[in-house]
Design a protein around this ligand. Structure first.
Ligand SMILES: Nc1ncnc2c1ncn2[C@@H]1O[C@H](COP(=O)(O)OP(=O)(O)OP(=O)(O)O)[C@@H](O)[C@H]1O
Ligand SMILES: [Mg+2]
Length: 177
């Protein structure tokens, strides 16, 4: 009886452990695939941009080779105006925005900004040019001040407030306890 108990506990641990290992292995697959994705290449030398027009020239794109999401898309945006991209859910609106931000590279065609193929613009320079507000937002479970300061950890309190004003959320934040 006593020896049975001695064996049962480790066997149960093993059984639960192998279940956890299966779960971990399943979750590791996308992580492995992500880590195996080739890094995007961009130059480090800043380039001279002429203006801030975006243009898509015959752009096609798929997140993987099995499914094309954008097919031969061409358009231009004009500075100082608002451009709305309208279409049913899943038609590729956010994908267009992600290509504009340079989060992914087009499979075919050209995405240009300021007269340059965005692949010729260093990441840092591109991030100084644009602001990307994602559809699915995420706030860290810390103060709003901390969340706003993520973009520039050295920002003073006044600069954080100025950013909040520019984003039209200062009044709302001021009313919070
Ligand atoms: N990271 C991703 N990996 C693989 N497929 C994706 C990814 N993101 C989006 N997709 C697929 O690409 C297609 C276009 O998605 P997208 O998010 O651009 O659509 P949307 O027009 O913004 O939709 P919604 O109106 O629902 O926001 C969809 O079929 C979607 O499932
Ligand atoms: Mg979307």
């Amino acid at each position: 009886m006593c020896s049975l108990v001695v064996f049962t506990a480790p066997l149960m641990k093993l059984a639960f452990g192998s279940e956890q290992l299966t779960t971990i292995a399943a979750n590791l697959k996308p992580v492995k695939e992500f880590l195996a994705t080739p890094e995007q290449e961009r130059p480090t030398e800043r380039v001279k941009l002429s203006g801030s027009i975006y243009s898509f020239k015959n752009v096609s794109f798929g997140y993987d080779a099995t499914k094309e999401v954008l097919h031969d898309v061409s358009f231009q945006t004009q500075p100082g105006t608002m451009t709305a991209i309208v279409g049913p859910s899943g038609s590729g609106k956010s994908t267009i925005a992600k290509l504009m931000a340079g989060f992914w590279d087009a499979t075919a065609g050209l995405v240009c900004y300021g007269g340059k193929d965005i692949k010729e613009i260093p990441f840092d320079q591109m991030m100084e040019e644009i602001s990307y507000v994602a559809q699915d937002n995420f706030l860290f479970d810390k103060s709003l001040r901390h969340n706003i300061r993520i973009g520039n950890p050295k920002a003073s309190d006044l600069e954080v407030q100025a950013a909040a004003r520019a984003a039209n959320c200062h009044d709302f934040i001021s009313q919070l306890p």
